[in-house]
Structure formats: structure tokens, C-alpha cells
Design a protein around this ligand. Structure first.
Ligand code: PLP
Length: 388
């Protein structure tokens, strides 16, 4: 048997090697000036992030979860209020709603895009009202890097007087019909967790808005609800700052981000071209740009996903991951919260049993991509033969 290649699911080392001298210099500058908290790199990063996406204001913060929370705190979210979130997402999207004592109401997903289903959102609003909750807001998620169905969700939000917070922890850098992610809705939150498309070397996040008042409120909330100075507290806030070191690192990573988005899209196109005839590949609707936080395939109902993943790893050395094996409305911490249907969410329950993601990062050599395609094609062929 030939030796298996060493394939990384996400290759952060290759990116680091590309910009190592710049990172070293950026870190050295921070060590030299010593302004570890709110140093000049923080303001510089905020300016560049806003310019990158075209939002009026960018506010950096401690992580993507706090980014979401800052918006909900600025919106003064209260108990008895309902916030509509997809069930097929990372827990943080719903967690922040529950933090403030409000009720996350879980919405089903679209099979083709994995994103929030606007028809299920309508149903969830009716369901919340029936339960005596006040519909307050909606948090669409750009799952796996693909922008949510904003042009269908926005009119529903408007009709019911809901604010819209875009959870772009996976989608920052994407485009929606000529609009950059970061400029849609009342606010957008993103995460700089190392594995996200734009990641730092620790925890980090940012919030975007065009609303000056909201920006000022969130800037205060980020530093314990400060007023005129930090020992004048005008509201209950948090310690939500981004470290200067992380800002310095992000500035170097932001400089190559557009290039990386192009490379991610080239890899996704190559995967889809090589696999579309044997498995359901992720669709990107016309007018949208994904940043491919994940490249996610969908198996047919009943296909042996575990066996396929195991064979890919054991026989070919190809790592795969399942995002997400259990939708939130079925999780221990969240199963008491309402769903759009008052019961099951059939699409996301089915998706969570059928999806898996291939290695995705901007530094994969072409021959590795071809090898992954060939490996998956043979595993799928062997599995089918066995079933026949
Ligand atoms: C990663 C992620 C978050 C949370 O970001 P952190 O920086 O880890 O707190 C929120 N929502 C989604 C969809 C995510 O993928």
C-alpha cells in the first residue's frame, strides 16, 4: 500500500508561512509600544474592516459570541421577547438570546443552501405569538460562508417589525447581490476564531452597523457600559475588547483576505466540478459569493456517512468533519425552547444526519484537491457497490 498523504482539514501553517515576516514585525511593534489594550492597531483594524465591507462603523470585540451579544444588549432584548434563529448552526447564535432571558425560536433550513428557510421563519413568528411571546428580532446565519436568503427574510422582518442581526461568523467577506456582508440588516456580527475564514491567533470578533447611535451604545457596552470615561458607568456592559496583539495580526491577515477568498472559491469550484455527478455538491445561488468557511456535501437519505468518513481517513488519509451532527433544537440545553412547527424541523434534522465537509483552505495544492476528489469518488463507488 502506498503511503497516505498528510492532509490538513484547515492549513493555518501554510498561511502563517506566507506572511511570517510581516506577522513577526507586527507583533514586535506591539511589544515595543506596549499598549496591549486598545492600542493603535485596534483603531486601525476597525477602520480597515469598515472600509473592507463598506459599513459605516466597525467595532472590534472579544469574540463572535460577544459580538452577537453586544447587538442584543444594544437592542435591550428582554424576557418574553422571541428571537428567530436557525436550528442548524453553531450554538452561539441561540446562546446569546438565552443569556438575556429572551426566547430563541428555532427555524428550519433550506435543503439546498443549508440556510434559514423564510417560509419556516413565517411559521415561527406565528408560533411565537401563539405562545404569548413578542417577536423582536431575527438572526439569519451565513452558514458555511454562504450569505443567507436576505431578500426573502428582510421583507418578513419588516412586515413584523423585527430587527435583523446577521450572524456572519462564517460569512464575513461574502457578497449578496452587490451588497457586501457587513452592510445588511441592523447590524452584522463576525468572529475571528482561528478557523474562520478571517481568523486571528486567539479569540476575536467584530460588529458592523450603519447606525451611529447603535455604534455608540455598543462601544460603551464593550467597556463595562462606560460613559464620559471608564469610571463613569451609564449602563451594564461587559469586558468585550479585542487585544491589540490580535488586531495587529488581523491587519496582516486582512491584507491577503481577498486573495484567499478567490483561492477558496477556486478550490470549491474544482471540488464541485469533480464531484457533482456522484454526490450533492453545495449550490451557490446566482449573485452570491461564499467565503467557504466549509465545503459541505450532502449524502442521500440512509447513506452510511460514518463508514464513508472512516474509509476516507483510514484508506486515503482524507480528513472530513460533520457540521453539525445535531441541530440546536435537539440539544440538551436548547430542547425546551420552541420551534417553528411546535415539533420537529424535518429539513435540518435530515441534513444533520447526511452532511459532511471536506478539507477547505486557501493553500491546498491542486494535486491534493484532485487526490481528495479521486478518493471520495472511489469510496462512494465502493459503498454503492456494497449496497447494490
Ligand atoms: C464561530 C461562530 C460563532 C461564535 O464565534 P466565537 O468567536 O467562537 O465566539 C457564532 N456564530 C456562528 C455561526 C459561528 O460559526
Amino acid at each position: 500500500m502506498s503511503s497516505k498523504p498528510n492532509i490538513e482539514f484547515i492549513d493555518l501553517a501554510a498561511q502563517q508561512a506566507r506572511i511570517k515576516p510581516k506577522l513577526d514585525a507586527a507583533i514586535a511593534r506591539v511589544l515595543a509600544h506596549g499598549a496591549y489594550i486598545m492600542g493603535p492597531e485596534v483603531a486601525e483594524l476597525e477602520q480597515q474592516l469598515a472600509a473592507f465591507c463598506g459599513a459605516k462603523y466597525a467595532l472590534s470585540c472579544s469574540n463572535g459570541t460577544d459580538a452577537l451579544a453586544l447587538v442584543l444588549m444594544a437592542k435591550k432584548l428582554k424576557p418574553k421577547e422571541a428571537v428567530f434563529v436557525p436550528s442548524f448552526t453553531f450554538a452561539a447564535t441561540a446562546e446569546v438570546v438565552a443569556w438575556l432571558g429572551a426566547t430563541p425560536v428555532f427555524v428550519d433550513s433550506l435543503e439546498e443552501s443549508f440556510n434559514m428557510d423564510p417560509a419556516s421563519l413565517e411559521q415561527a413568528i406565528t408560533q411565537a405569538e401563539r405562545l404569548g411571546l413578542k417577536p423582536a428580532g431575527v438572526i439569519p446565519v451565513d452558514l458555511f460562508g454562504l450569505p443567507a436568503a436576505y431578500s426573502a427574510i428582510e421583507p418578513i422582518a419588516r412586515k413584523h417589525g423585527l430587527w435583523m442581526l446577521c450572524d456572519a461568523a462564517q460569512g464575513f467577506g461574502g457578497m449578496y447581490h452587490g451588497r457586501k456582508i457587513g452592510t445588511i440588516g441592523d447590524a452584522t456580527a463576525t468572529s475571528f476564531f482561528p478557523a474562520k475564514p478571517l481568523g486571528c491567533y486567539g479569540d476575536g470578533g467584530a460588529v458592523f452597523t450603519d447606525n451611529a447611535e447603535m455604534y455608540e451604545t455598543m462601544a460603551s457596552l464593550r467597556v463595562h457600559g462606560k460613559g464620559a470615561d471608564k469610571y463613569d458607568n451609564v449602563r451594564i456592559g461587559m469586558n468585550g475588547r479585542l487585544d491589540t496583539l490580535q488586531a495587529a495580526i488581523l491587519l496582516e491577515k486582512l491584507a491577503i483576505f481577498s486573495d484567499e477568498i478567490r483561492t477558496r472559491n477556486a478550490l470549491a469550484a474544482r471540488y464541485s466540478e469533480g464531484l457533482a455527478d456522484v454526490i450533492a455538491t453545495p449550490a451557490v445561488p446566482a449573485g452570491l459569493t461564499s467565503v467557504w468557511a466549509q465545503y459541505t456535501l450532502t449524502l442521500p437519505e440512509g447513506a452510511p456517512r460514518d463508514a464513508i468518513q472512516q474509509r476516507l481517513k483510514a484508506e486515503y488519509g482524507v480528513p472530513t468533519m460533520v457540521y453539525y451532527p445535531k441541530p440546536l433544537h435537539q440539544q440538551t440545553a436548547y430542547k425546551a425552547y420552541p420551534t417553528a412547527t411546535g415539533a420537529a424541523l424535518p429539513v435540518c434534522e435530515s441534513l444533520s444526519a447526511r452532511v459532511f465537509s471536506l478539507p477547505m483552505h486557501p493553500y491546498m495544492p491542486d494535486d491534493t484537491a484532485e487526490y481528495i476528489i479521486r478518493s471520495l469518488r472511489s469510496v462512494l463507488g465502493a459503498v454503492q457497490e456494497k449496497a447494490a
